[in-house]
Design a protein around this ligand. Structure first.
Ligand code: SAH
Length: 332
């Protein structure tokens, strides 16, 4: 605006129209003078991502959108609708370098991290879709493709963008970041003054098994990771969620129950079990009964533990299935 000889309040008006007002186009920003709208449209592209295709589940409780970045990469985000909540699962990278054994997102390695605008745009896209139905985004989870703590600065900037009360205005308590266990970033996050929730992908409670499932464990083993987690809880006094993909016959044995009980029986720790979603690998999804029994054993061992409802499996939109390959299927 300064370059165009405009007063600063014009920038505020444009910013609010694009974030709070969900405008996609400068021409539609009615508060700006017509000549200024044209000048902006000539200079700036308001959208960082172009939505390419959307698939929805039969019951419409989940929708997955494939987006294209300006430099031609594909990323996916998912909207999950619950009775009172509407949660967007955001991708932070194109691909992922962590290569967890059971996850599709890292299968082809990492292309690049996304910018904060590219992360926030995924949320604004679904906010626009919801607005027609009189609903709004209540939660944003950085649990899509990528390791958000390998894109630390941009992820935190996306959080600040989304929670800016002058802009999109999502409550910081509605934001959650999930990490595969990048210990220095967990420590850095602990020092931030923020209300953002943290989740840690554990998947095994012995180093031997976790080395195999989450290769990052060789660099940041369980003792180091859980020491950083304990500091986080002590300093921030916030609940900490541990995610645990249950792989039938692999990480649901008595040894893991004992190790989990030993490591996680602490105030404010919560264990969230995720039934493995098929990604075409060597692993098997546990039967519903087996999963419930595993949870019972963990509860009996003194842990706070629940099973995650993970909608979207039928459209490859469930945890671990985002890979941004174009799959044939019903278009919306
Ligand atoms: N890289 C971050 C963010 C991804 S969050 C992290 O690892 O935490 C996505 C969650 O889904 C992670 O807990 C991940 O381990 C889990 N997940 C990956 N593949 C899965 C699969 N096939 N089935 C179920 N959960 C899976």
């Amino acid at each position: 605006m300064a370059e165009l000889g405009q007063p600063p309040y014009r920038a505020t008006q444009a910013y609010q129209a694009l974030t709070r007002g969900l405008a996609t186009d400068f021409a539609a920003i009615g508060v700006l003078p017509r000549a200024l709208r044209a000048a902006l449209a000539e200079r700036l592209e308001p959208l960082a991502l172009r939505p390419v295709e959307t698939r929805a589940t039969a019951t419409s409780d989940a929708r997955k959108t494939l987006f294209e970045t300006r430099d031609g990469h594909a990323v996916e985000a998912v909207l999950m609708l619950y009775r009172r909540r509407a949660t967007v699962c955001v991708s932070s990278q194109v691909g992922c370098s962590v290569r967890c054994a059971f996850c599709a997102s890292g299968a082809r390695g990492l292309a690049r991290s996304l910018s904060a605008e590219e992360m926030a745009d995924q949320v604004l896209h679904f906010a626009r879709e919801l607005r027609g139905a009189g609903r709004s985004v209540t939660n944003v989870v950085f649990m899509g493709m990528g390791e958000p703590f390998h894109a630390y600065d941009e992820t935190l900037r996306a959080c600040r963008l989304l929670s800016d009360p002058e802009g999109f205005g999502l409550g910081a308590r509605g934001l959650s970041i999930s990490t595969a266990g990048v210990v220095p970033a967990v420590r850095r996050f602990t020092a931030e003054e923020s209300q953002i929730n943290l989740a840690v992908s554990l998947h095994a409670a012995t180093d031997e098994l976790r080395d195999r499932l989450v290769p990052l464990n060789r660099r940041y083993p369980l003792d180091a990771l859980l020491a950083a987690c304990a500091d986080y809880v002590a300093r921030r006094r916030r609940k900490l969620l541990f995610e645990y993909v249950v792989l039938a016959g692999v990480n649901d044995g008595d040894d893991q129950v004992r190790a989990l009980a030993g490591r996680l029986r602490r105030p404010l720790y919560h264990l969230n079990l995720i039934a493995y979603n098929e990604t075409g690998g060597e692993f098997a999804r546990p039967q519903a009964g087996e999963l419930a029994a595993f949870r019972e054993r963990l509860v009996a061992a003194g842990l706070s533990c629940t099973v995650r409802r993970s909608p979207g499996g039928e459209i490859e939109a469930a945890c671990g299935q985002l890979a941004a390959t174009r799959a044939p299927g019903p278009l919306d």
